[in-house]
Design a protein around this ligand. Structure first.
Ligand SMILES: CC(C)(COP(=O)(O)OP(=O)(O)OC[C@H]1O[C@@H](n2cnc3c(N)ncnc32)[C@H](O)[C@@H]1OP(=O)(O)O)[C@@H](O)C(=O)NCCC(=O)NCCS
Length: 496
């Protein structure tokens, strides 16, 4: 409003200069205008004040909102912190929960183990009810323990009359085996202490418990009732019976194994493999001392119960499995696998697989034959390249030389089976037999649709499909095979 006065002053000056007679009127108008202007000025001042008040109110509201926002941000940050803390707590709790679950599972396993141990003990007690004598206890994971050592231990036990006899061993590195604690003066066994429960002095001992025992029954069962799981693992230790027996005034003896390997337990597959190497070496050694030639012992695998006659030669890369019996002067291998096979004296098997079958004296199988269960190859018979058989009897001097399958078949004497012959013994539901008489000649590539019989001295032409019996002494061929003519009795039955 200040700016308006100079304008007004100028107007008045101009007005005065323009007309001196109207000066009074102008003055009145001027006052009026001035009053109006002052009124306006007051109004404006009032508006200004009101606006100022509004502004202050706004600023106050803004400040209040700002404070509120700051509080919100602080609250949010605090909430985030406590959320994080909660998360951490939750994670911690879930870890504790997991540990608890594991502990619970372990407890269950432990308690199951204890229950099982008690059940087994009860079973043993029941089985040996009323038994008076020696109870022999052995671990099942000690495969290299020789029978002679067990005999020696039993002998020592009976001779001493002790309540118990332990089998121990002295090891350079006794590792975590239970230690034998002996009386320092008398050297008699006082107790067995498990590694976990052993003192530093006891751990320094080198004589270990093998886990093989002789106990007197029924005394042992009475003592077992006194055993408590009062040890580091909370288990019932069979080894505690030693201390208990001595507490009862009984004596406990010990037999020390001459070699560490004899009492070595198997704890993993590497140790199992090592034990197998030792065992197989010992088996091969025994056979070689018995007069069997192993061309390459390192690649020859022979199971424990296999019997082999002297002067038999076993070629490289041959596996002779349980239940196999091989006579004298046989030739087996190379590259053969025998499963519960029986080879009579002088039989030969070359690069073939024989399962639960008999190869008679002088018979030859291979190379590359597979005889499945139930085959019987007679003296002088030959089964050759890529021939598969199952439940088939091959008569003396008969020949099945090349590429074929004979199932549920009986061959007479001096039969010749042409290359690629197959017995169709299975109709989708049942197996059927094929019977071939003496001196039968089966041409190459025959299909013998079982059940079918080819009589003595009969012959079938190459590529025949034999769906009906062929009478003795006849020639038949074709698809299906028809009897064509008689066959002259051959001088050499193995010729057409
Ligand atoms: C059947 C066989 C012994 C000949 O018998 P064969 O009575 O002397 O017969 P032939 O040679 O006189 O031939 C007579 C007819 O039968 C046919 N024939 C011969 N063998 C035949 C056979 N296996 N399948 C179908 N037709 C045959 C001939 O082609 C001939 O037919 P054609 O008159 O129209 O020319 C002979 O052909 C044969 O198959 N031998 C088996 C050889 C074999 O497989 N050996 C095994 C080695 S592992």
């Amino acid at each position: 409003m200040k700016g308006q006065f100079p304008i007004l002053t100028v107007l008045l000056a101009l007005g005065a200069a323009a007309s001196g007679c109207n000066l009074a009127v102008s003055r009145e108008a001027y006052d009026k205008d001035l009053a109006a202007m002052r009124g306006q000025q007051e109004q404006i001042e009032a508006q200004k004040s009101s606006l100022n008040d509004q502004l202050q109110a706004c600023e106050a509201r803004y400040k209040a909102k700002n404070d509120e926002l700051s509080t919100c941000i602080r609250d949010k940050m605090a909430a985030a912190d406590s959320f994080k803390a909660c998360d951490q707590k939750l994670e911690k709790m879930s870890k504790i929960g997991g540990n608890c679950a594991r502990d619970l599972a372990t407890c269950q396993i432990d308690s199951d183990g204890l229950k099982k141990a008690k059940l087994e003990l009860t079973a043993a007690r029941e089985a040996l009810q009323g038994f008076v004598g020696t109870v022999f206890v052995n671990c099942v994971d000690v495969p290299l323990m020789p029978a002679a050592l067990i005999s020696a231990m039993l002998h020592a036990h009976h001779a001493s009359g002790h309540a118990a006899t332990l089998l121990t061993a002295r090891l350079d590195d006794p590792a975590m085996y239970g230690r034998i604690v002996r009386n320092k003066k008398t050297d008699t066994v006082e107790r067995i202490v498990e590694f976990r429960d052993a003192s530093a002095e006891q751990r320094a001992l080198h004589e270990i418990n093998s886990g093989t025992y002789c106990f007197q029954a029924p005394l042992i069962f009475q003592i077992l009732d006194e055993i408590t799981p009062d040890n580091d693992q909370g288990e019932y230790y069979l080894t505690d019976v030693v201390e208990r027996l001595i507490a009862h005034g009984e004596q406990v003896g010990a037999v020390v194994a001459p070699e560490e390997s004899m009492v070595a337990g198997i704890n993993d597959r590497a140790q199992l493999a090592e034990a197998e190497v030792r065992l197989r070496h010992a088996i091969r050694h025994r056979h070689m001392l018995n007069g069997v030639t192993l061309v390459d012992p390192a690649t020859t695998f022979i199971d424990g119960d296999v019997e082999i006659g002297s002067d038999t030669v076993i070629g490289p890369f041959t596996m002779i499995h349980a239940g196999t019996r091989i006579g004298q002067h046989c030739i087996v291998g190379p590259y053969s696998q025998l499963f519960a096979a029986i080879l009579e004296d002088g039989a030969e098997v070359d690069s073939s697989r024989i399962e639960k079958s008999i190869i008679r004296s002088g018979a030859k199988v291979g190379p590359f034959s597979r005889l499945r269960a139930g085959c019987d190859i007679a003296p002088g018979a030959e089964v050759g390249n890529f021939s598969e058989m199952k439940n088939t009897k091959v008569g003396p001097r008969s020949k099945v030389h090349h590429l074929g399958y004979l199932g549920d078949t009986t061959l007479g004497e001096a039969v010749n089976i042409g290359a690629g012959t197959i017995t169709c013994n299975y109709d989708g539901k049942k197996k059927h037999p094929t019977r071939l008489g003496d001196n039968v000649f089966i041409g190459s590539g025959n299909l013998l649709v079982a059940p079918v019989t080819v009589g003595d001295n009969a012959l079938t032409g190459a590529g025949s499909v034999v769906t009906h019996d062929v009478p003795a002494g006849k020639v038949a061929y074709g698809v299906p095979a028809r009897v064509i003519r008689d066959r002259e009795t051959p001088k050499d039955p193995n010729t057409a």
